[in-house]
Design a protein around this ligand. Structure first.
Ligand SMILES: [Zn+2]
Length: 316
């Protein structure tokens, strides 16, 4: 049965350690939420339990969307690869989820789902084409062309984290050297800051030097409070990201670039150097046609996007 205007949807976001789920209405507004620690075994049962709890209060749940940290083939609904949850790759996850809940499920990569959420009801609203970049523990990306996710020949399109930024840079998990992710993901921002604190005695004046286990979030907070060292490190990170963004702009002449993920919580402190560097490096007519903006949905992007994918798949 096609969804009605009073239908609701459930968006689920899987990460390596957590399961988050929420009821999302037809307009993308989040209602009831549930969250659970992800147990190693019995993923289908855990998802079905959260979905069941949400259905106790939600009316007319028409379908479920699930954002997966891995590569998903939307044609076959199979998870092809997942670094964080290798156990989900060989299971027939899609059929088992539907059998366990009696609901239709849409599976999608988490960055793609977040991009779709931003496109439909977040910072991408009103654009026809967008590139979404998420910068957190890793760096992911997704491309929406003419209102649809464009995933490439084998589903990997948008892997902006593995654009080479420094040909002499350090080794990346992917086997290449000098990828954007090796300098700009949250753990790598912290690594660079620690290396610099160790090397450069003047930076020990930074409040960061007093906190051995600081995170990228701590650096953003210190920068906002006026810590020069943290500000400088975030600005440099923005320049690296802006270098990658310039390549995207030149390649796609894309209307809008939406920047999300935990590292972007630094707001204008990181967005400004990204835009400046992209402007400096990109082909000018391309740059002028592109808006570079902060994401609007925060940590809900993938959950909302997954629910909206479930909604739109049910219509077509
Ligand atoms: Zn790489």
């Amino acid at each position: 049965m096609p969804p009605q205007s009073d239908s609701s949807f459930i968006g689920v976001e899987l990460s390596g350690s957590k399961l988050r789920a929420a009821v999302v209405n037809n307009d993308g507004v989040v209602g009831e939420r549930r969250e659970a620690q992800l147990q190693a075994d019995g993923l289908v049962g855990q998802v079905a339990r959260l979905v069941g709890e949400l259905r106790e209060t939600a009316t007319n749940v028409a379908a479920v969307g699930i954002a997966i940290p891995g590569l998903v083939n939307r044609q076959t609904d199979r998870v092809i690869a997942s670094r964080d949850l290798p156990g989900i790759v060989h299971e027939n996850l899609h059929a088992e989820l539907m059998a366990a809940t009696g609901l239709r499920f849409e599976l999608e990569n988490d960055a793609n789902a977040a991009a779709y959420g931003e496109f439909k009801i977040g910072a991408g609203r009103g654009s026809r084409d967008l590139f979404y970049i998420t910068i957190g523990e890793g760096i992911g990306g997704a491309i929406i062309i003419d209102g649809k996710l464009w995933t490439g020949a084998s589903g990997f399109a948008g892997e902006v984290g593995h654009i080479t930024i420094d040909t002499d840079g350090s080794e990346c998990e992917c086997g290449n050297t000098g990828c954007l992710e090796t300098v700009a993901s949250a753990p790598n921002i912290v690594r660079r800051a620690n290396e610099r604190l160790y090397r450069d005695s003047t930076s020990s004046l930074s409040r960061l030097a007093m906190n051995k286990n600081f995170t990228a979030d701590d650096m953003a907070r210190e920068a906002k409070e006026g810590d020069d060292f943290s500000s400088m490190m975030i600005e440099r990170t923005g320049k690296y990201i802006g270098t990658g963004v310039a390549s995207i702009i030149n390649l796609l002449n894309i209307e809008r670039i939406v920047m999300g993920g935990g590292v972007m919580q630094a707001g204008d402190l990181i967005l400004k150097p990204i835009i400046q560097e992209a402007k400096r490096r990109a082909f000018q007519p391309c740059f002028e046609a592109t808006q570079i903006v902060l994401a609007a949905l925060g940590a809900d992007a993938a959950t909302i996007g997954a629910a909206m994918l479930a909604r739109d798949a049910a219509i077509t």
